[in-house]
Design a protein around this ligand. Structure first.
Ligand code: FAD
Length: 381
């Protein structure tokens, strides 16, 4: 497929750049209300839910146009929409597997950030091996009674709703006894405890469910079809949005590395030059993998194995890139923010620690291996 920008793409990019330069709340959207307001503004401009069908409040735009918006937002450092999980992969899962009632009830409020969403999949003993999850959802006629614990729940404290995987058949093989249901987070049986990370922030939480209630009408797909639905969620999680933005952010980081090497007097060192060149090539590889995803999306297909590969690749690239930054910083790397030479207020140190956190989410896992094995190699699960 020819991915060179058409005249229309170029005009669209100019329009997006102008809009962002006029409206972007760079660094200003801090409180929950401000972040929701920024999200709504992006939505009303047509830059959120770009690929969603118009009948559910989406904009019916092309994957190329969506990639352009992500590219321009990353370039300008504009804050992302607050309901990223909902827009990126929970909404698309409901669009594929949900009932008409679910689509009408949930999608528009997700797009406008009126309701914030989280993903209740991982558990303390079910991370990479997600199918080992133990949270139970017992059939109570018109609802399920949910008991168990989730972990690594991004946006947990601000979420109104969660997409939950729970065991509904304890006797079936582990992949076959799981169901997917939507859970209201604002109920007495749901307790969210934020987890503090090494970076100092609390991006994710533990979630404890004690006799929590999930309505039967909120079951996604059929009973015990949860694994299949989880695969749809994860393909979207890795495939769209995230990788296009990261490609630009990693490119900017490589350019900053060059500047850092010059500032530290290391730019003439052949080993440093070689390492920076390698990172540059790796970002270029990431861009080319994203082109494969874009080709697939432009053809109207679902995200495929390259979306898992690109996340895996990104996870190790970002570690190598920030490791190199700290090596270039030398003794200054350990200085804390606020001291004279704590370069850019600890920006590289923060990014280095974050690359370790993010890498867990992008690391090799049974789920990823499954997707790759099934879709590239054609192996059974
Ligand atoms: C920033 C971030 C946000 C997240 N947000 C969410 C969220 O919103 N909702 C959610 O449900 N989850 C979320 N997760 C969880 C994430 O998607 C992974 O499922 C989880 O981090 C992996 O599980 P674990 O941490 O228990 O690691 P484990 O699965 O215990 O893995 C630990 C280590 O062992 C390795 N390993 C595992 N299995 C094998 C094997 N068979 N062979 C060889 N090596 C193996 C792994 O590569 C890893 O290095 C998030 C994680 C992060 C880091």
């Amino acid at each position: 497929m020819d991915l060179n920008p058409t005249a229309e793409d170029r005009a669209f990019r100019t329009e997006v750049r102008r809009w962002l330069e006029t409206n972007a709340a760079t660094g200003d959207a801090k409180t929950l209300d401000e972040r929701k307001a920024w999200h709504r503004k992006l939505y009303e401009a047509g830059y959120v839910g770009m690929l969603w069908p118009k009948e559910y409040g989406g904009w019916g735009r092309t994957p190329m146009q969506q990639a352009i918006v992500q590219d321009e937002m990353a370039r300008l450092g504009a804050p992302p929409p607050i309901n990223g999980l909902g827009i990126g992969f929970i909404g698309p899962t409901i669009i594929v597997h949900g009932t008409d009632w679910q689509k009408q009830r949930y999608l528009k409020k997700m797009l406008t950030a009126e309701e914030i969403w989280c993903q209740l999949y991982s558990e303390p003993n079910a991370g990479s091996d997600l199918a080992s999850l133990k949270t139970r959802a017992e059939d109570q006629g018109d609802h399920f009674l949910v008991n168990g614990q989730k972990i690594w729940t991004s946006s947990g404290p601000i979420a109104d709703w969660g997409i939950l995987l729970a065991r509904t058949d304890g006797k079936a093989a582990k992949h076959k006894g799981i169901s997917c249901v939507l859970l209201h987070m604002r109920q007495p049986g749901v307790e969210v405890r934020p987890l503090r990370q090494i970076t100092g922030s609390s991006l994710f939480s533990e979630v404890f469910m004690t006799n929590a209630r999930a309505e039967k009408r909120d079951l996604i797909g059929n009973l015990n079809q949860g694994w299949e639905i989880a695969m749809t969620t994860l393909a979207h999680e890795r495939g769209t949005g995230f990788a296009f933005k990261e490609q630009v952010l990693q490119r900017i980081a490589v350019e900053d590395l060059v500047r850092l090497a010059r500032e530290r007097g290391r730019a003439a060192d052949p080993v440093v030059r070689q390492e920076i060149a390698r990172r540059w090539i790796e970002v270029e590889l990431m861009r080319l993998m994203n082109c494969r995803t874009l080709t697939r999306l432009e053809r109207g297909e679902e995200p495929g194995p390259e979306s898992s590969l690109v996340k895996l690749f990104w996870a190790s690239l970002t570690q190598r890139l920030h490791q190199l930054a700290l090596e270039l910083e030398g003794p200054y790397a350990t200085l804390v923010a606020g001291s004279r030479r704590a370069v850019e207020d600890g920006r590289w140190q923060q990014a280095f620690l974050w690359s370790r956190v993010g890498a867990i989410a992008g690391g090799t896992s049974e789920v990823q291996a499954n997707i790759i094995a099934q879709r590239i190699l054609g192996l059974p699960r």
